[in-house]
Structure formats: C-alpha cells, structure tokens
Design a protein around this ligand. Structure first.
Ligand SMILES: [Zn+2]
Ligand SMILES: [Zn+2]
Length: 339
C-alpha cells in the first residue's frame, strides 16, 4: 500500500510509493570509483597555489605553512560584503542591495579525499572552523541568517573537485527557514516542549529509523523523507544554535558525520550529495523551541514536474529500509584508509 506521510516539522506531505518501491541497493550509482591524484598543479585549492585564491580569511591551524583547513572568500561570490544592505520598496517590489558573505572552506590539503575518506580528527578540524566562522559572522548586525553547506559532485552543484564546503551569510531570513522557526515556536506554545527533543527521544526508543547513535548525537532517516536516504543528525542535548556546540560535541559529531558519509560512499557508490547545517540564528542561544541539526541529502533521484508543481515529493525507498541498509554497511576499512 502506498502511504502519505507528513513531516512533523515542515508539515510537508510526501508520498511513500511502496508500489514502486525500490530496494535501497538498486539506487546505488555503480560508478567505478576512480582514484584521483592528491595534488593537481592547476587546482587553486591545492597547497602551494594559495596565491591563486582571494586573500585568506583564516586557516587551521592558525600558524605555519602546513594548513589543514583554509577559509577564503568565494571568487564568484553570490553576495558582497562591500555593499550595505540598504532596503527599498517600490509598489510591491521589495529589494535589498546584495550584501552578504560567501566563503569557501577548503576541507583538506588533499585533492583526492572527500569528507568520507578523511580521519575523524580532520573532520573535527573542519567542524571547528565552521563554528568559528559561524560565530564570527553572527556578530555582524547586518547578517540575519547563515547557511553552511557542502556540494559533493556535479549533480549536487560542485564546480571544483577539490573537497570544500561553503558558507553564505544573508541580510534576510529565508522564508523556508522562517516557516520552520514559526512551526517550532507554535509547537512550543501549544505543548510547552521542544518538538525536536520529543521526536529524537521517540526515534531513539523506536530505533527503526536510527542509523547510528553515539553518546551525544543520533543520525536517523527522516520519517517523511522527501527523497531516498535523506538523513538528519541531531544533537541529543537541546541546543538551538550550532554556534553553541562544545569541543566534546564537535569530536563526537565528526565521528558520526564521517561514519554516515562513509556508509553512503561505500553502500551507494559515492553518490553526489549535499549537506547543510540547519541552525537557529546565533541570537537563539537560549531559545527553547528550536533545535539545530545537520541534513544530509544524497542526490539519487531527480526532481520532476509533480514535485515542482505541488511541492510534494514521491519517495520510492521506505525510510525504514534505508536505515536498515545503512546500518549494515561496514566502514571500518574506509576509516583505516582515511588515516
Ligand atoms: Zn586541489
Ligand atoms: Zn530540543
């Protein structure tokens, strides 16, 4: 029987089309994984080519020539920090001068290793750079929202092969984010609890959609997943803003994020994917109604007319089957290769 499921948070409906159900492994890319060189002379993100990028924002570690992570302004930035976010309204046409920050975070000096193939320590270094930039840009009163994201592979929007993440700080709160914040606040007003804390507790108890659980985080398939293998990683501690993550939590998130990415890499044949850190604004530090998380979306299917026309997705893989599949993928060998 096909089934409609509603996302508790976004209120969006999805069709889980069990009639057309695919076994999770049928969606694997079967791409032959070509080894790529660790250094490419013409790549602006490879070490030794630092002068081919705009002046560096920061590096990790902060001193010395041997950087592990590097932050630079995006050469083809979508927004510019040189203009002021001046607003204007003419009849129904509202506009703001294109203020914002658009930064590139070079994940590692190694051209060939995507995040799934890095060590846990290296991923922790990247996450700690995310936090530093998130907190630094949050102090700018002109910034109203910060999105940290990764595009892995051509279909996910990556234009350069060298593994990197990006950050875009905007002078507005995107309407999709505002809608989610409102829904979370409405639930808190109605019930007097964080809807995410409640959901995470139930999912951990239920286990059917849990992929990995650690001391401080849980990675789980989304109940009303719009696309196959959409996976969320939640901190178990209530925390509204990513900027509040502790050192211990960064180390733990690095382990769970890398293990999840490695499972997707091995189990589904290195598919293109996006992940984003979905956080409340920095000033939400003490907010009780919102809870940040990481959303990982493998790009295994294409958006078609029905999705564009209705905003409603058809998913052909049961989230419970996706969770079971990912739980079974062994990634110890990948972890060893990354060290
Ligand atoms: Zn490179
Ligand atoms: Zn919570």
């Amino acid at each position: 029987m096909p089934e409609l499921r509603q996302n508790f948070f976004t209120k969006e409906w999805v069709i889980i089309a069990t009639e057309r159900a695919k076994r999770p492994e049928e969606l694997a890319t079967h791409r032959s994984i070509q080894p790529s060189p660790a250094f490419v002379e013409t790549c602006p993100f490879c070490p030794g080519n630092e002068n081919k990028t705009p002046p560096e924002v920061m590096r990790h570690p902060a001193k010395g020539d041997l950087w592990q992570v590097r932050v630079i302004p995006n050469k083809c930035a979508a927004l510019s920090s040189d203009v002021q976010p001046t607003r204007s309204l003419q009849h129904l046409r509202r506009r703001i001068d294109g203020f914002g920050f658009h930064e590139v975070i070079v994940d590692s000096p190694d051209h060939s290793r995507c995040m799934a193939l890095l060590s846990d320590e290296q991923v922790a270094g990247i996450l700690s750079v995310y936090r530093q930039r998130y907190n630094a840009l949050s102090l700018d009163h002109r910034v109203n929202h910060i999105t940290i994201f990764k595009n892995h592979g051509l279909d996910a929007g990556a234009s350069l092969q060298h593994p990197h993440s990006q950050l875009i700080a905007t002078p507005v709160i995107p309407s999709q984010v505002r809608h989610r914040l409102h829904e979370a606040l409405r639930h808190y007003d109605d019930v007097g609890e964080c809807m995410f804390c409640h959901m995470v507790e139930r999912e951990v108890e239920d286990q059917t959609r849990v992929v990995i659980k650690s001391e401080r985080f849980v990675a789980m398939e989304v109940f009303a997943s719009p696309t196959p293998f959409a996976t969320h990683i939640f901190p178990l501690r209530h925390m509204a803003s990513f900027g509040d993550i502790s050192e211990m939590e960064i180390a733990d998130l690095a382990r769970i994020l890398r293990a999840l990415l490695a499972k997707i890499y091995v189990g589904l044949g290195n598919p293109d994917l996006n992940f984003t850190v979905r956080s409340g604004p920095a000033e939400y530090t003490q907010a009780r109604h919102f809870h940040w998380y990481v959303s990982v979306i493998p790009r295994l299917t294409r958006v078609a007319g029905f999705e564009l026309g209705s905003g409603m997705f058809i998913n052909t893989v049961l989230p419970e089957a996706a969770a079971e599949f990912l739980r079974k993928v062994a990634v110890d060998a990948v972890a060893a290769a990354g060290k």
